[in-house]
Design a protein around this ligand. Structure first.
Ligand code: SAM
Length: 241
Protein backbone atom coordinates (compact mmCIF):
# COMPACT_ATOMS: atom_id res chain seq x y z
CA UNK A 1 0.00 0.00 0.00
CA UNK A 2 1.30 3.45 -0.91
CA UNK A 3 2.07 5.94 1.85
CA UNK A 4 -0.32 8.74 2.80
CA UNK A 5 2.48 11.07 3.90
CA UNK A 6 4.52 12.72 1.13
CA UNK A 7 7.80 14.45 1.83
CA UNK A 8 10.26 16.43 -0.27
CA UNK A 9 13.90 15.58 0.50
CA UNK A 10 17.04 17.08 -0.98
CA UNK A 11 18.73 13.70 -1.27
CA UNK A 12 19.23 11.11 -4.04
CA UNK A 13 16.49 8.46 -4.24
CA UNK A 14 16.85 4.91 -5.61
CA UNK A 15 16.42 1.23 -4.73
CA UNK A 16 17.93 0.54 -1.29
CA UNK A 17 18.98 4.18 -0.86
CA UNK A 18 18.89 5.41 2.75
CA UNK A 19 17.77 8.96 3.44
CA UNK A 20 18.75 10.73 6.68
CA UNK A 21 16.16 13.11 8.12
CA UNK A 22 16.86 16.52 9.58
CA UNK A 23 15.31 17.72 12.82
CA UNK A 24 12.25 19.36 11.23
CA UNK A 25 11.50 16.34 9.06
CA UNK A 26 11.85 13.98 12.04
CA UNK A 27 9.56 16.21 14.10
CA UNK A 28 6.96 16.23 11.31
CA UNK A 29 7.01 12.47 10.64
CA UNK A 30 7.35 11.17 14.19
CA UNK A 31 6.00 14.02 16.35
CA UNK A 32 3.16 15.35 14.18
CA UNK A 33 2.21 12.40 11.94
CA UNK A 34 3.06 9.82 14.64
CA UNK A 35 4.81 7.41 12.25
CA UNK A 36 6.87 4.58 13.73
CA UNK A 37 9.59 2.23 12.44
CA UNK A 38 8.25 0.25 9.47
CA UNK A 39 5.72 2.92 8.39
CA UNK A 40 5.67 4.03 4.76
CA UNK A 41 6.46 7.53 3.49
CA UNK A 42 6.38 8.74 -0.13
CA UNK A 43 9.50 10.71 -1.03
CA UNK A 44 10.42 12.91 -3.99
CA UNK A 45 13.36 15.18 -4.65
CA UNK A 46 12.37 16.86 -7.92
CA UNK A 47 14.79 14.65 -9.90
CA UNK A 48 14.25 10.92 -9.27
CA UNK A 49 10.44 10.57 -9.32
CA UNK A 50 8.43 9.42 -6.30
CA UNK A 51 9.66 6.59 -4.07
CA UNK A 52 7.97 4.58 -1.36
CA UNK A 53 10.26 4.45 1.64
CA UNK A 54 10.11 2.77 5.04
CA UNK A 55 11.02 4.29 8.36
CA UNK A 56 14.22 2.47 9.40
CA UNK A 57 15.13 4.58 12.45
CA UNK A 58 12.99 7.06 14.34
CA UNK A 59 13.73 9.43 17.19
CA UNK A 60 12.52 12.88 18.23
CA UNK A 61 15.27 14.79 16.46
CA UNK A 62 16.46 12.48 13.69
CA UNK A 63 15.65 9.40 11.69
CA UNK A 64 16.48 7.35 8.62
CA UNK A 65 14.21 6.25 5.77
CA UNK A 66 14.99 3.46 3.34
CA UNK A 67 13.72 3.54 -0.28
CA UNK A 68 11.76 0.42 -1.29
CA UNK A 69 10.31 1.00 -4.77
CA UNK A 70 9.53 3.76 -7.20
CA UNK A 71 5.82 4.63 -7.21
CA UNK A 72 5.90 7.35 -9.90
CA UNK A 73 8.43 8.44 -12.50
CA UNK A 74 9.60 12.06 -12.63
CA UNK A 75 6.95 14.06 -14.45
CA UNK A 76 8.32 17.35 -15.71
CA UNK A 77 5.83 20.21 -16.19
CA UNK A 78 5.68 22.04 -19.53
CA UNK A 79 8.44 24.62 -20.08
CA UNK A 80 6.38 27.47 -18.67
CA UNK A 81 7.64 30.40 -16.60
CA UNK A 82 5.30 32.47 -14.47
CA UNK A 83 6.60 36.03 -14.18
CA UNK A 84 4.78 38.30 -11.74
CA UNK A 85 5.29 41.48 -9.74
CA UNK A 86 5.14 40.76 -5.98
CA UNK A 87 2.15 42.18 -4.14
CA UNK A 88 1.12 41.83 -0.49
CA UNK A 89 2.78 38.91 1.32
CA UNK A 90 -0.24 36.60 1.57
CA UNK A 91 -1.19 37.20 -2.06
CA UNK A 92 2.38 36.64 -3.25
CA UNK A 93 2.44 33.37 -1.28
CA UNK A 94 -0.83 32.41 -2.97
CA UNK A 95 0.61 33.07 -6.46
CA UNK A 96 3.66 30.88 -5.78
CA UNK A 97 1.58 28.06 -4.28
CA UNK A 98 -0.90 28.07 -7.18
CA UNK A 99 1.85 28.30 -9.82
CA UNK A 100 3.51 25.19 -8.36
CA UNK A 101 0.18 23.30 -8.24
CA UNK A 102 -0.81 24.35 -11.74
CA UNK A 103 2.42 23.25 -13.39
CA UNK A 104 4.82 26.17 -13.78
CA UNK A 105 8.40 25.05 -14.37
CA UNK A 106 9.90 28.28 -13.00
CA UNK A 107 8.55 31.20 -10.99
CA UNK A 108 10.15 34.60 -11.47
CA UNK A 109 9.22 37.58 -9.27
CA UNK A 110 10.04 40.87 -11.01
CA UNK A 111 10.18 44.51 -9.99
CA UNK A 112 8.29 46.76 -12.40
CA UNK A 113 7.88 50.53 -12.44
CA UNK A 114 4.67 50.32 -10.39
CA UNK A 115 5.55 47.28 -8.22
CA UNK A 116 4.12 47.59 -4.70
CA UNK A 117 6.63 45.41 -2.88
CA UNK A 118 10.36 45.81 -3.44
CA UNK A 119 11.44 42.89 -1.27
CA UNK A 120 10.67 39.20 -1.13
CA UNK A 121 11.99 36.31 0.93
CA UNK A 122 13.06 33.94 -1.83
CA UNK A 123 13.72 31.06 0.62
CA UNK A 124 10.23 31.38 2.10
CA UNK A 125 8.63 31.43 -1.34
CA UNK A 126 10.70 28.40 -2.38
CA UNK A 127 9.43 26.58 0.74
CA UNK A 128 5.85 27.37 -0.36
CA UNK A 129 6.57 25.81 -3.76
CA UNK A 130 7.92 22.67 -2.03
CA UNK A 131 4.83 22.41 0.21
CA UNK A 132 2.54 22.84 -2.79
CA UNK A 133 4.35 20.03 -4.65
CA UNK A 134 4.12 17.80 -1.56
CA UNK A 135 0.37 18.18 -1.26
CA UNK A 136 -0.56 18.07 -4.97
CA UNK A 137 1.33 14.88 -5.81
CA UNK A 138 3.87 16.62 -8.05
CA UNK A 139 7.27 15.03 -8.54
CA UNK A 140 8.89 18.31 -9.64
CA UNK A 141 9.43 21.52 -7.67
CA UNK A 142 9.59 24.77 -9.65
CA UNK A 143 12.53 27.01 -8.83
CA UNK A 144 11.57 30.40 -7.39
CA UNK A 145 14.11 32.89 -8.71
CA UNK A 146 15.44 35.88 -6.80
CA UNK A 147 13.66 39.17 -7.41
CA UNK A 148 14.98 40.90 -10.51
CA UNK A 149 13.97 43.91 -12.58
CA UNK A 150 11.54 43.24 -15.43
CA UNK A 151 13.64 45.52 -17.68
CA UNK A 152 16.76 43.40 -17.01
CA UNK A 153 14.88 40.17 -17.69
CA UNK A 154 13.64 41.56 -21.00
CA UNK A 155 17.17 42.77 -21.92
CA UNK A 156 18.26 39.10 -21.98
CA UNK A 157 15.01 37.55 -23.16
CA UNK A 158 15.64 34.13 -24.81
CA UNK A 159 14.78 34.44 -28.52
CA UNK A 160 12.87 31.14 -28.62
CA UNK A 161 10.64 31.77 -25.55
CA UNK A 162 7.10 32.98 -26.31
CA UNK A 163 5.50 35.50 -23.93
CA UNK A 164 1.82 35.59 -22.94
CA UNK A 165 1.58 39.23 -21.96
CA UNK A 166 -1.54 39.80 -19.84
CA UNK A 167 -2.26 43.46 -20.45
CA UNK A 168 -5.02 45.06 -18.39
CA UNK A 169 -5.27 47.83 -21.00
CA UNK A 170 -6.90 45.22 -23.26
CA UNK A 171 -9.71 44.52 -20.75
CA UNK A 172 -12.89 43.60 -22.62
CA UNK A 173 -11.11 43.02 -25.94
CA UNK A 174 -11.48 39.64 -27.60
CA UNK A 175 -7.76 38.90 -27.41
CA UNK A 176 -7.31 35.21 -26.75
CA UNK A 177 -4.25 33.06 -26.76
CA UNK A 178 -3.73 31.96 -30.37
CA UNK A 179 -3.53 28.16 -30.24
CA UNK A 180 -2.21 27.89 -33.79
CA UNK A 181 1.08 29.39 -32.59
CA UNK A 182 3.55 28.29 -30.02
CA UNK A 183 2.62 24.64 -29.53
CA UNK A 184 5.49 22.66 -28.01
CA UNK A 185 7.55 25.81 -27.48
CA UNK A 186 8.98 27.39 -24.34
CA UNK A 187 6.59 29.98 -22.88
CA UNK A 188 6.27 32.56 -20.14
CA UNK A 189 3.20 34.28 -18.68
CA UNK A 190 3.60 37.87 -17.47
CA UNK A 191 1.29 39.34 -14.81
CA UNK A 192 1.71 42.95 -13.69
CA UNK A 193 1.40 44.55 -10.24
CA UNK A 194 -1.73 46.09 -8.67
CA UNK A 195 -0.74 49.38 -10.31
CA UNK A 196 -0.52 47.76 -13.75
CA UNK A 197 2.19 48.33 -16.36
CA UNK A 198 3.67 51.76 -17.11
CA UNK A 199 3.26 53.20 -20.63
CA UNK A 200 6.98 52.59 -21.33
CA UNK A 201 6.78 48.96 -20.18
CA UNK A 202 3.63 48.40 -22.23
CA UNK A 203 5.27 49.87 -25.35
CA UNK A 204 8.32 47.66 -24.95
CA UNK A 205 6.26 44.50 -24.32
CA UNK A 206 4.00 45.17 -27.30
CA UNK A 207 7.09 45.56 -29.49
CA UNK A 208 8.66 42.21 -28.65
CA UNK A 209 8.57 39.61 -31.44
CA UNK A 210 7.76 36.85 -28.89
CA UNK A 211 4.91 38.77 -27.27
CA UNK A 212 1.29 37.53 -27.48
CA UNK A 213 -0.93 40.19 -25.96
CA UNK A 214 -3.87 38.64 -24.10
CA UNK A 215 -6.99 39.96 -22.41
CA UNK A 216 -8.38 38.09 -19.40
CA UNK A 217 -11.98 39.07 -20.02
CA UNK A 218 -14.25 42.04 -19.43
CA UNK A 219 -13.21 42.77 -15.82
CA UNK A 220 -9.90 43.82 -14.23
CA UNK A 221 -8.69 40.94 -12.09
CA UNK A 222 -6.47 41.20 -9.04
CA UNK A 223 -2.94 40.06 -9.82
CA UNK A 224 -3.35 36.77 -7.92
CA UNK A 225 -6.63 35.98 -9.69
CA UNK A 226 -5.06 36.98 -13.02
CA UNK A 227 -2.12 34.60 -12.46
CA UNK A 228 -4.45 31.63 -11.87
CA UNK A 229 -6.73 32.59 -14.78
CA UNK A 230 -3.80 33.00 -17.19
CA UNK A 231 -2.21 29.70 -16.18
CA UNK A 232 -5.56 27.93 -16.60
CA UNK A 233 -5.98 29.33 -20.12
CA UNK A 234 -2.42 28.48 -21.09
CA UNK A 235 -2.53 24.97 -19.64
CA UNK A 236 -5.83 24.19 -21.34
CA UNK A 237 -4.59 25.34 -24.76
CA UNK A 238 -0.88 24.56 -24.79
CA UNK A 239 0.01 22.68 -21.62
CA UNK A 240 -0.33 19.22 -20.05
CA UNK A 241 -3.97 19.30 -18.87
N1 SAM B 1 -4.15 48.99 -11.92
C1 SAM B 1 -4.53 48.31 -13.13
C2 SAM B 1 -5.72 49.00 -13.75
O1 SAM B 1 -6.57 49.47 -12.99
O2 SAM B 1 -5.85 49.00 -14.98
C3 SAM B 1 -4.88 46.85 -12.86
C4 SAM B 1 -3.75 45.92 -12.66
S1 SAM B 1 -4.31 44.26 -12.32
C5 SAM B 1 -4.88 44.44 -10.70
C6 SAM B 1 -2.84 43.32 -12.14
C7 SAM B 1 -2.41 42.55 -13.37
O3 SAM B 1 -3.31 41.50 -13.66
C8 SAM B 1 -2.31 43.32 -14.66
O4 SAM B 1 -1.10 44.05 -14.78
C9 SAM B 1 -2.43 42.25 -15.72
O5 SAM B 1 -1.20 41.58 -15.94
C10 SAM B 1 -3.41 41.30 -15.08
N2 SAM B 1 -4.81 41.55 -15.46
C11 SAM B 1 -5.85 41.79 -14.62
N3 SAM B 1 -7.01 41.87 -15.31
C12 SAM B 1 -6.71 41.68 -16.62
C13 SAM B 1 -7.48 41.63 -17.81
N4 SAM B 1 -8.80 41.79 -17.82
N5 SAM B 1 -6.83 41.40 -18.99
C14 SAM B 1 -5.48 41.21 -19.01
N6 SAM B 1 -4.71 41.24 -17.91
C15 SAM B 1 -5.30 41.47 -16.72
Amino acid sequence: MNAKVRLYVDHPLGAGQTVPLDRDQAHYLFGVMRLAVGARVALFNGRDGEWQAEVAEASKRSGVLSCVEQSNPLQMPPDLWLIFAPIKKARTDFIVEKAAEMGAARILPVGTEFTNSERIRQDRLQAHAVEAAEQCGGTYVPEVAELQKLSGLLDHWPAERQLMFCDEAEVGQQLFLDVTQGEGQAWAILIGPEGGFSPAERKRLHGMAQSHVVSLGPRILRADTAAVAAMTLWQQKLGDW
